[in-house]
Design a protein around this ligand. Structure first.
Ligand code: ZN
Ligand code: ZN
Length: 143
């Protein structure tokens, strides 16, 4: 009797798609984020129009697809290095960023994933810039 072949299925890495408001710029990544954080710095507040940005770091190798037209705006960081904001030219939605200080990785606007179960932030950066009218969970450290 021939041996039976047992199919061992590799666990498929979870894929998530972050998209802009008009849905034309779509970034699909595979697997879990390396780090999820909030940032209350002035630039993140300007970029999002909110009190803080909710962001997730993925390795560039986790990118499955970038679909749609993207515009890039490059700005300087406080440390004098570049940060590129990648956004939709149609609706202006900021989908992800690249930073000189973060080679091989991207920082995705976590709110652009339509995933209510997306991991919670572990830290808030530039906490000194945050207004005093909200209180974060104790699990969010000052980082
Ligand atoms: Zn758009
Ligand atoms: Zn920031």
């Amino acid at each position: 009797m021939p041996p039976t072949t047992t199919m061992v299925t590799e666990p498929t890495a979870r894929q998530r798609t972050a998209c802009c408001g008009c849905r034309r710029l779509r970034l699909t990544v595979s697997g879990e984020p390396c780090r999820v954080y909030l940032c209350a710095c002035s630039e993140c507040r300007r970029a999002t129009g909110s009190a803080f940005a909710y962001r997730a770091i993925f390795a560039e190798s986790a990118i499955v697809a970038i679909e749609g037209e993207a515009s890039v705006w490059r700005r300087g960081s406080d440390a004098g290095r570049w940060i590129e904001q990648v956004f939709c030219p149609g609706c202006g939605g900021l989908v992800f960023m690249r930073a000189e200080a973060m080679p091989g990785a991207i920082s995705v606007s976590a709110g652009s994933f339509t995933d209510p179960g997306f991991p919670a932030p572990a830290a808030i950066h530039n906490r000194s810039h945050q207004p005093d009218w909200y209180r974060l969970a104790d699990t969010v450290s000052a980082g």
